[in-house]
Design a protein around this ligand. Structure first.
Ligand code: NDP
Length: 451
């Protein structure tokens, strides 16, 4: 039999939309991948016979549960928690946990879908998953966060395991939350296993895990710039976000001779024309992560900087841009503004920060544009290395891990070149990443038959 699974892309996307009502982020993520896959598989009947496209867009399972906890005033609060186990064809489910009021099933399904291809690109044996809750850690005491994390894990523990599903951090989930969740898992199961990554160094964590996503996104950008015979030295960079990914991306840009001009958070952005050097980055890390403050406070500390309430940083002229905050934070107009102002490279630290229209604008302008599933894979790659260290009950030294991270990011770049190089020498990194990730997962699915 050699029938095409769907006659055209529109019919396929229409079907996905119909079967996932009210889930725009998930449909958007599927469309971005399908735009490239559809024509890649056109002359490959095996994928059609086994309905790979339809099957790869259906999560293995979506677990949703009630999370009750008590706040400091003694009030009972109720949140919804999820774990999306998207695809474990090439390894245990792996992907972060997000605590943010905007978390929905659609957001977690899009993240788990992206994660599946990203993890495949790293070359490590990891399937794709994602979890989270519509819980806002902002303004909560440590004890409130601890009670919430314990309650979340009291349900999650039965669905995860070192060889089953290994969650990590994401927005709103850092070292503190991972510690509380790991402690509760250990307490319930009486097992000390590598069930979470991003752990503290004292209890099985890996060196360079906190740095890995931001550093990796900058390494990927360097690889792209090298294809045009240039590098970051002397370049101006605009960065969004001011959390884990943004601050470590800024650190690496600075180390490589670039000048970082902006940071942002959900309220607005700061522009520092003097450049945000290492001392200022350290101040932001301390202020945002430890004191859980607002980026607006930066201008009280550094007087030449300006704060722009309710705005995103894409209007600041730059050579390169690193969106490192959240999904859909850079739209078509922002993309056009960046290009008009001379931006030549965009490397996504965040997941799906650019809207579909923005992606098309970047591709049409033929600038260097790396989608998150390729550029931000350094974090999960080092998480994969943390899993290996936990299995072997040992820890690798920093230089070894730094080299592995560099090699993995270079390997992902090469995979993108393999499948994304166009006849006019332009590299379509979106297409390269989508096809390289898809092929690996799809071929494993074919090997299993219909399951
Ligand atoms: P953090 O929680 O450390 O920081 C998130 C940052 O994004 C904060 O500055 C936050 O501002 C801002 N932000 C959150 N929501 C919004 C919003 N709706 N609009 C504008 N800004 C927002 O998270 P991470 O740095 O870990 O994650 C950032 C991105 O990177 C996410 O897309 C995540 O999925 C992705 N990523 C993270 C990895 C990791 O290793 N941590 C790995 C791969 C991808 P505020 O403080 O105001 O909330």
């Amino acid at each position: 039999m050699s029938v095409r699974e769907y006659p055209d892309l529109e019919t396929f996307i229409g079907d996905v939309r119909k079967h996932n009502p009210g889930q725009p982020e998930f449909v958007q993520a599927v469309q971005e991948v399908a735009e490239d896959i559809f024509d890649f598989i056109a002359d490959k009947p095996q994928y059609h016979e086994y309905q790979i496209l339809r099957r790869i867009c259906e999560p293995d399972r979506v677990i949703s549960f009630r999370v009750c906890w008590e706040d400091d005033q003694g009030q009972i609060r109720v949140q919804r928690g999820w774990r999306v186990q998207n695809n474990n064809s090439i390894g245990p489910y792996k992907g972060g946990i997000r605590f943010h009021p905007t978390v929905t099933e659609s957001v977690l399904k899009f993240l788990a879908f992206e994660q599946t291809f990203k993890n495949a690109l790293t070359g490590l044996p990891m399937g794709g998953g994602k979890g989270g809750a519509n819980f806002n850690p902002k303004g909560k005491s440590d004890h409130e966060v601890m009670r919430f994390c314990q309650s979340y894990m009291t349900e999650l523990y039965r669905h995860v395991g070192a060889d089953v599903d290994v969650p990590a951090g994401d927005i709103g989930v850092g070292a503190r939350e991972i510690g509380y969740m790991f402690g509760q898992y250990k307490r319930i199961t009486n097992q000390f296993t590598g069930v979470l990554t991003g752990k503290g160094l004292e209890y099985g964590g890996s060196l360079i895990r906190p740095e890995a996503t931001g550093y990796g996104a900058v390494y990927f950008l360097q690889n792209m710039l090298a294809t045009r015979g240039t590098d970051l030295s002397g370049m101006n960079a605009v960065i969004s976000g001011s959390g884990n990914v943004a601050t470590f991306a800024a650190e690496k840009v600075t180390q490589l001779g670039g000048k970082v001009l902006t940071f942002s958070d959900s309220q607005g952005f700061v522009h520092d024309p003097d450049g945000i050097d290492q001392d200022k980055i350290d101040w932001v890390k301390e202020h945002k992560t430890k004191r859980r403050g607002r980026i607006a406070d930066y201008v009280q500390e550094f007087k030449n900087a300006t704060y722009h309430e309710g705005k995103r940083p894409w209007s600041v002229p730059c050579d390169v841009a690193l969106p490192c905050a959240t999904q859909n934070e850079l739209d078509g107009d922002d993309a056009r503004t960046l290009i008009a102002n001379g931006c030549i490279g965009v490397s996504e630290g965040a997941n799906m920060p650019t809207t579909l229209e923005g992606v098309h604008v970047f591709k049409d302008a033929r600038i260097l544009y790396a989608p998150g599933k390729a550029a931000n894979a350094g974090g999960v790659a080092v998480s994969g290395l943390e899993m290996s260290q936990n299995s072997q009950r040992r820890s690798w030294k920093e230089p070894e891990l730094q080299k592995l991270l560099l090699d993995i990011m270079q390997g992902i770049h090469e995979s993108c070149l393999q499948y994304g190089q166009q006849s006019d020498d332009y590299v379509d990194y979106v297409r390269g990443a989508n096809i390289a990730g898809f092929k690996k997962v799809a071929d494993a699915m074919l090997a299993y038959g219909v399951v």
